[in-house]
Write a protein that binds this ligand. Structure first.
Ligand code: 6R9
Length: 668
């Protein structure tokens, strides 16, 4: 990083345009793709050219990765924007594509899932076994009255039955709606009601942090409030006691195990609904994002193949997400299984029973491709370099990141301490709404830059625009937009087409508004700068939370940072930073907070320029996060502005907020 130059710049130089995001961070480290990987890469630079010359032809070719009962002849129907139809005259069965066809191709003995339970129990499930289990579960759902077009809610721990449940729904044409295990009864009830689900699939509980954690009570409570759910299918995982409603509840092992393992998959239209997944905006009721079959699976499979350079014969892939997050849908269930990958599925938390658990799993299974989130990476940094150093991580060859902008320092730490300095990092930008990856380096092609997702994938059109929808020049900042439809795009918000149009297609005429701030660097590469709602306005300048956080994380004593703009009489908003210190400095800092705070403020000033210097820096032990690891800045804003906290229902651990509030000195 070129700190000297940015230090020398006055604020007038670094902030070019008041209405657009300032381009503050200068990151000059570059990493070429490993020659050996590049020489054998699944996808080369030619893919960009091919897709640029004929985008629809490119996607039509990718659709041929799938096995269609009726091959599509149409690629895209965009006659009624923003309602897209992809491969609309094709028919397929998604579950057949994820299991049966691999068995038919003679790969039945290949392990599909290496399951690792938190208490240490493990199971290897082959594609042949997975096919049998999905078939039995499909029969069981039919016996429970589920029909094509119905909705099924899934509220499960991270166990193989969660994937089986999703695939069984897909197999019979019922849309699943997965609700994060850990969401409250309220959240479950709202989602069941909105989707009008007929059946709920759950478990007695799952293992978290060394003990059984109950799931079924939340379902029972939710069903006390909503009508329409006829049956509840319950997997026995922990063996803990459960309340039982006769006539409604049925054990998975009692109904699924006795079914036939032969099940003829019906072919559904490419636009048949596959799933609904709710995203919680900061305001309003959650949006039921609807995904359909053919286009979704095409892009999930293609991106998994291209971005991870997946070699299904030899790779062992591990995505650490929960299936309740879109990342679990596309990159645990649909993408990897459509590609016949062998993957690891882990039930629990990264620090149970010890802080090296992830690295122990990488070593045990010889994981070659690891896909995780910046929040996890920053936590590992905080725990210390010595922990991964105790394990053999030499099997790894590609590392992925998703969920938030990754701070350059965390990126470099990931590369060095997990990737042994040799693995390319793919920073993948996408959303529940986009269904699959949209912007990412390709590991055999891209010269990577720490902190940048860089370039739209082949066949994807994305850019950055200003307030007036004009594309910004290289070096400019503004809003990320997607300018052409893509196969795995959301089709609507369940039951609310108007909200779909208003939320995504009305801000900029004819373009999809992602809600993220972004900038383009001098090479035209894209850097994501956080949600537009989080952008701060300081003395008339838009400043991204991401850049200030990255500057803080680049200080050797900081593991993690969250930055918000709090109302301020003189500057409009003032920057308030909450920081988590790295393991070995936390104790030292207790004694010397004032000096450290001054040091951190100066460090940001020196890195980004004086305008970005936080007014207040507060060392804290934890930050409020969603279940997928995103920092909930709006709650920190509530704290910084001495307001009552807003909705905390999607927080992983609400006691975190008490700790933070207790630490907060009265506003100066
Ligand atoms: C896949 C997923 C979507 C939002 C998105 C953006 C943030 C995700 C990112 C990233 C920067 C990345 N985001 N990946 N920001 N770089 N590589 O996370 O879906 O939970 O719907 O969140 O996450 O803000 O708009 P979802």
């Amino acid at each position: 990083m070129d700190r000297d130059t940015s230090d020398a710049l006055g604020m007038g130089d670094v902030v070019s345009n008041e209405s657009s995001l300032a381009n503050l961070l200068k990151e000059e480290r570059r990493f070429a793709p490993p020659a050996e990987l590049a020489a054998q890469a699944n996808v080369t630079a030619a893919a960009y050219e091919q897709a640029a010359a004929d985008r629809l032809g490119f996607w039509a070719e990718q659709a041929r990765r799938l096995s269609w009962a009726t091959e599509p002849t149409e690629t895209l129907d965009w006659s009624n924007p923003p309602f897209a139809r992809w491969f609309a005259d094709g028919k397929l069965n998604v579950a057949y594509n994820c299991v049966d066809r691999h068995v038919e191709a003679g790969l039945g003995d290949r392990v599909a899932i290496h399951f690792e339970g938190e208490p240490g129990d493990s199971r290897a499930i082959t594609y042949a076994q997975l096919k049998d289990e999905v078939s039995r579960a499909a029969h069981a759902l039919t016996e429970l009255g589920v029909r094509k077009g119905d909705r099924v809610a899934v509220y499960m721990p991270m166990i193989p039955e969660a994937a089986v449940a999703m695939l069984a729904c897909a197999r019979i044409g019922a849309a699943h709606s997965v609700v994060f295990g850990g969401f409250s009864a309220d959240a479950i009830a709202a989602r069941i009601q909105d989707a009008d689900a007929k059946v709920v699939i759950t478990a007695d509980g799952g293992y978290r942090r060394g003990k059984p954690s109950a799931l079924k009570p939340a379902v029972d409570e939710a069903l006390g409030r909503v009508d329409g759910v006829e049956r509840v299918l319950v997997v026995r995982r922990t063996g803990q006691d459960v309340a039982w409603t006769e006539g409604r509840d049925v054990w998975w092992h009692e109904i699924v195990d006795r079914q036939s393992a032969e099940h003829a998959p019906e072919a559904f239209e490419a636009e048949h609904p596959l799933f609904i997944l709710y995203t919680s905006g900061t305001t309003g009721k959650p949006k039921g994002i609807l995904h359909t079959s053919g286009g979704y699976l095409t892009q999930a499979a293609y991106t998994h193949h291209a971005v991870f350079d997946l070699k299904p014969e030899t790779d062992v892939y591990w995505c650490t997400a929960d299936i309740g997050w879109v990342t679990g849908h596309s990159y645990i269930v649909y993408g990897p299984l459509a590609n016949g990958a062998t993957q690891v599925m882990y039930e629990g938390t990264p620090d149970t029973p010890h802080q090296g658990r992830f690295w122990e799993i990488v070593q045990k299974y010889g994981v070659t491709i690891l896909y995780t989130a910046p929040t996890a990476i920053r936590t590992f940094m905080k725990w210390g370099d010595d922990i991964p150093a105790k394990f053999d991580l030499s099997s790894l060859r590609v590392l992925g990141s998703v969920g938030e902008p990754i701070n350059p320092e965390a990126w470099v730490w990931y590369r060095e301490h997990i990737g042994g300095g040799r693995c390319p990092i793919v920073d993948t930008w996408w959303q529940t709404e986009t269904g699959a990856m949209m912007i990412s380096p390709l590991p055999g092609v891209t010269e990577t830059k720490p902190g940048s997702a860089q370039r739209p994938l082949p066949g994807i059109a994305a850019t950055v625009v200003d307030d007036e929808a004009n594309e910004v020049p290289d070096g400019g900042g503004g809003y990320l937009v997607l300018t052409e439809p893509w196969p795995s795009m959301l089709r609507t918000i369940w039951g609310d087409d108007q909200r779909f149009i208003d939320t995504y297609w009305s801000r900029f005429e004819g373009k999809y508004f992602a809600g993220d701030g972004a900038k383009k660097d001098e090479d035209g590469d894209i850097w994501l700068l956080g949600r537009v709602d989080d952008v701060m306005l300081v003395s008339g300048h838009n400043i991204s939370t991401t850049e200030v956080e990255s500057a803080l994380v680049s200080h050797p004593k900081v593991a993690e940072a969250a930055v918000v703009g709090a109302a301020d009489e003189t500057t409009g908003q003032a920057i308030v930073a909450f920081v988590i210190l790295r393991g070995n400095v936390a104790a030292e800092a207790e004694a010397d907070t004032d000096a450290l705070v001054a040091d951190l403020r100066n460090h940001v000033g020196a890195t980004l320029g004086p305008i970005a210097k936080p007014k207040r820096v507060l060392p804290v032990a934890e930050l409020p996060k969603t279940r997928s690891g995103k920092i909930m800045r709006r709650l920190l804003r509530d704290v910084a502005e001495n307001r009552q906290l807003g909705d905390v229902t999607t927080l992983t651990d609400s006691s975190v907020m008490d700790l933070i509030q207790a630490k907060l000195p009265a506003a100066p």
